[in-house]
Design a protein around this ligand. Structure first.
Ligand SMILES: Nc1ncnc2c1ncn2[C@@H]1O[C@H](COP(=O)(O)OP(=O)(O)OP(=O)(O)O)[C@@H](O)[C@H]1O
Ligand SMILES: [Zn+2]
Length: 722
């Protein structure tokens, strides 16, 4: 049949029917360009009968214009797109767009023109802009657009410089192949337990069937070395591997280890790739030549030609949950992709999510354990510092015992790590004179002082302003007070206590690019840092053998606000950061400062009693009908107009369905009632496991008309309750 139904990449349009011109081949999955009125749209040829809609008479169909020269999206990916859209109540087009995440890969030539300085002398006087460009572009090569961004001048200025012979073109083959990973490059000596686990996973790769694994290994047990074995097996079999990492800061670390094992770097995929790198990676993934792809969650939807294994490292990380656009959980979608691809998937963690443990307990996931650290290293000892007894003193946050322990490490020449999950210097600034508090103009949030950049910043929308000299409310000068600590303030306290110590602040502000993260790791490994002060960024994956002390500045911080996963998040964060201590020959010590030493989470951490924590947490979730025993969902309505948002929420509230197995709470103003200039109202939905929440939500929301200014977001299995 020469009739095609397209999934059009425009969320506002439904599927559309077209005619296939004679002599053109466009099997399901093909990416095509089709006419739409006077315009053109891109679409994906979908399997017959899987997209809703009535057939239009054949004579009225318009022919598609062209087939984009890329491999058709494979069937398992098409099934994944359908599943994701259905499960997360997202438009199919929005999910499909993630698969085609490189515009460049779909069009344009395989070579491109980049520019660099020719080194020839300028004739006559240089304009200021040209002079800047000459300075900024030394040693750089890129497209006009990239160079313009680098130099901070317009493309027009650069084109003028090319005309004057100052910049010259270079032809680059964008799609040059990646270096080959060699599965036998450097085989490690695995411990006996590692060997057994690796063998199970390697067998699963050979079996080529869906098999989900939970690799539950204590911090420092060598999970990475262990799962590299099934990675090697997949490479031997000529199949592709996807390794998902939660944070781009982790990748440098990971890349070095990967290269040591396989003799080449893997293919990277994350949001800060240049468009040419993105194109190159996309095409290599689609033609099967990218052997191992290491990426952030968005790598999950790429069109792998021949996937053989998926690994989700640090699978407990909440950053796998995407909280805008298509709100999906990459950990869960990874398992679904493995199912559609009929391949094994490994979720690796030292502190698995309760949901994952529950799946293992039910026998749905196979649990593989690495109960001991590699190479005889022991797990660190944990000590609580009760802040109600050991008071740090006014405007101080480090209590006596922790200060003494830091001093001791400095004297011994060992490293310490202080953990506080708060960026910046102080979370709140107020005026001593009139009480004015600095708030974000577009969010209901305080502005956080950042001394390193001398700014007040909103951590929700990115708004920034200079720290003023006087209070904008009462005009008084020298009256602003910083309240509470962030990592920068702890760093200041450390500098005062130990002026000779070499310190480094490690946050997403300071380690914002892979390069900077790489430099930090190199410094820490070279022992050029005595005390690291960091946010949750340092809880993950780092391995510094001489680090023997971890201090948790405020263990109670994450328990405030009390959302569904506060306990679990606190437990895993502190257990992970504690796991950075004593990974080498010397044993590690962890000091946890708290005002609530008896809180179950804190007590479990102190006693190293993970099982007790999970048992208590499981009971709590059961009682609350929370996941994995019940289901949660959220609806967020937002508008730039407060009244409009409130009215829309009320209207949706009036239309709520009455269902026996679904309880609907709200509407209520969201805890973050104003975010990025939009007023927000929310509903929380709690349902029995058996309930079809998605269908209920779709029917409910579908029955209500909203004004164009109102956005309706659905969050299935929400992580964020703000
Ligand atoms: N079989 C092995 N041979 C040599 N080195 C190993 C082996 N297994 C683990 N290691 C080393 O032990 C250290 C800890 O391993 P790794 O970082 O993989 O642990 P992990 O389980 O991922 O820990 P975490 O969960 O804390 O990140 C690393 O430096 C790693 O290179
Ligand atoms: Zn803001």
């Amino acid at each position: 049949m020469n009739r095609l139904r397209l999934l059009v990449l425009n969320a506002a349009l439904g599927p559309l029917d077209y005619r296939l011109p004679d002599g053109v081949d466009a099997p399901a999955g093909s990416v095509v360009i089709a006419p739409l009125g006077p315009r053109k749209v891109m679409g994906i040829v979908w399997d017959e009968g899987r997209l809703p809609g009535d057939a239009i008479a054949f004579e009225r169909l318009r022919p598609i214009l062209e087939v984009v020269p890329v491999p058709p999206l494979p069937a398992p990916l098409r099934r994944l797109i359908e599943w994701t859209a259905d499960y997360y109540c997202a438009p199919l087009a929005s999910v499909a767009r993630m698969a085609l995440a490189s515009g460049g890969a779909l069009c344009g030539p395989a070579t491109m023109t980049e520019y660099r300085l020719t080194g020839s002398e300028a004739k006559g006087r240089l304009t200021a802009q040209r002079r800047t460009a000459l300075e900024m572009l030394a040693g750089q090569q890129g497209t006009m657009r990239e160079l313009a961004a680098l130099a901070g001048v317009s493309e027009g200025v650069l084109r003028g410089m090319a005309g004057a012979g100052l910049l010259g073109p270079v032809q680059v083959n964008i799609d040059r192949p990646y270096a080959c990973a060699d599965p036998e490059f450097h085989q490690p000596d695995l411990s006996e337990t590692q060997g057994t686990v690796a063998a199970t996973l390697t067998d699963a790769v050979r079996a080529r069937a869906f098999a989900p694994f939970l690799l539950d290994g204590v911090t420092g047990s060598g999970k990475t070395e262990t799962y590299f074995e099934p990675v090697a097996e997949a490479i031997r079999q000529g199949r592709q591997v996807l390794v998902l990492l939660p944070e781009i800061a982790l990748t440098e670390n990971f890349l070095a280890r990967f290269a040591a094992r396989f003799g080449a770097k893997p293919v990277l995929w994350h949001s800060s790739l240049k468009s040419t790198e993105r194109r190159r990676a996309w095409r290599a993934i689609a033609d099967g030549s990218a052997q191992v792809v290491v990426g952030a969650r968005s790598a999950l939807f790429l069109p792998y030609a021949n996937l053989g294994l998926i690994v989700v490292d640090e699978a407990h990380e909440i950053s796998f949950k995407q909280d805008d656009g298509v709100r999906y959980n990459a950990r869960d979608v990874a398992v679904m992709r493995a199912r559609f691809e009929a391949i094994p998937v490994v979720l690796a963690s030292a502190t698995p999510a309760l949901e994952s443990l529950h799946m293992a307990a039910q026998g749905i996931y196979t649990k593989l354990d690495l109960p001991a650290r590699f190479g005889g290293a022991t797990l660190p000892s944990v000590q609580l510092v009760d802040l109600t007894q050991e008071k740090p003193g006014s405007q101080r946050w480090l209590a006596g015992p922790l200060v003494e322990a830091l001093r001791d490490r400095l004297e011994k020449g060992e490293q310490s790590l202080l953990f506080l999950n708060r960026r910046g210097y102080a979370p709140l600034t107020l005026c001593r004179n009139c009480g004015h508090r600095f708030k974000c103009p577009s969010c209901s949030a305080w502005l956080v002082e950042h001394r390193l950049s001398a700014r007040l910043a909103c951590h929700h929308c990115g708004f920034e302003t200079r720290v003023p000299d006087a209070c904008p409310e009462c005009g008084e000068s020298d009256c602003l007070v910083a309240c509470g600590p962030g990592v920068e303030r702890i760093a200041a306290e450390v500098a005062e206590l130990f002026p000779e110590a070499r310190t480094a602040v490690a946050t997403s502000d300071t380690l914002s690019t892979p390069q900077r993260a790489g430099e930090f790791i190199a410094m820490a490994e070279a022992r050029a840092i005595d005390i690291i002060i960091g946010t949750q960024l340092v809880t993950k994956g780092f391995h510094f053998p001489d680090l023997t002390l971890v201090g948790v500045v405020d263990a109670d911080l994450g328990l405030e606000g009390g959302d569904l996963r506060a306990g679990e998040r606190t437990y895993s964060q502190i257990a992970q950061v504690a796991g950075r201590a004593g990974r080498g020959a010397k044993p590690g010590e962890v000091m946890i400062q708290t005002r609530h030493p008896d809180a179950p989470v804190i007590a479990a951490l102190a006693n190293g009693d993970r099982d007790a924590f999970y048992a208590a947490e499981t009971q709590g979730r059961k009682d609350a009908g929370a996941p994995p025993f019940g289901r949660w969902a959220a609806i967020i309505l937002s508008s730039e107009d407060e009244k409009e948002a409130r009215a829309a929420a009320a209207r949706l509230g009036d239309a709520r369905p009455r269902l026996a197995d679904v309880q609907i709470l709200g509407p209520a103003p969201a805890p973050l009632a104003l975010l990025r200039g939009r007023y927000r109202y929310r509903f929380l939905i709690n349902a029995r496991r058996s309930a079809n929440v998605q269908a209920a939500l779709r029917d409910w929301i579908g029955a209500v008309q909203f004004p164009p200014g109102v956005r309706v977001g659905v969050d299935i299995d929400p992580y964020s309750f703000v």
